[in-house]
Design a protein around this ligand. Sequence first.
Ligand SMILES: [Zn+2]
Length: 300
Amino acid sequence: MFAKWAVTGIMATALALPVGAQPPDKPITIAAACSEHDGWADPAPPARLYGNTWYVGTCGITALLVKTSAGLVLLDGGVPEATPLVLANIRKLGFSPRQVRWILNSHEHYDHAGALGAIQRATGARVAAGPFQRRPLASGRPDPDDPQAALLGGHPMQPLRIARVLLSGGHLSVGGTTFTATATPAHSPGSTSWTWRACEGARCRTIAYADSSSTISADGYRFADHPERVAAVRSGHAAIATLPCEIIVTPHPDASDLFARMAGAEPLINPDACRTYAEVAMKRFADRLAAEQQAVKEPR
Ligand SMILES: [Zn+2]
């Protein structure tokens, strides 16, 4: 399906070229298309990540499409404005949006789930979510325990119908591909990382869609006032560090240099990637806690 689209893309480009111009060797790559645009709603071409898994998101926000023998699975949809871009990318790969059977989400913020209400209506897909994603996704309103809740209130999301709730370690099997949910509640209460196997011929790799690991908050929020959130952040980082992980993908593609890796400028496969990604976040969180303590000692 992808090859067919790629050939069609070359022909369309060639027809549009002025007389005498050389046709390009291949369609524009995602790295080139996004080299000067990294906006959340900047369109990116669809691109194969590995095996049955494609990138169908924008230049700034990841959406992944997995082909199984029982239909498609979409992970994340981006901001509301990305809805037509993600649906167009699914079509460019030769699929119909109606073939999307399941939708999964990294975390319940509008920059990753904001498009999912419209995409659920367009596709008729069912949604599987972690237990702490369920309420914010079903209501469209942020979790009050989210350190970013005060920031997110201005970005309500279209509510989703949740068909299945998966506890950490739970599986969703679709047409021979098994998606494992791992609660990684570092960035938000519902943060969930997803892992599955993708194969190219006999070479199978574990893809880890590792959720955001940053610990940002609304102004005035102190993690030190919320020991249960601190514990959740630490458990989330520890869980990310130990994910089965050969190909890491992050909801913000630049957090894992995704396009450079897809272009071959950096290794796509790195079994240490999730651990390294988590360790960087652990260090930043320790710095954040230290800064909070320092502010108590030296009130302004
Ligand atoms: Zn977020």
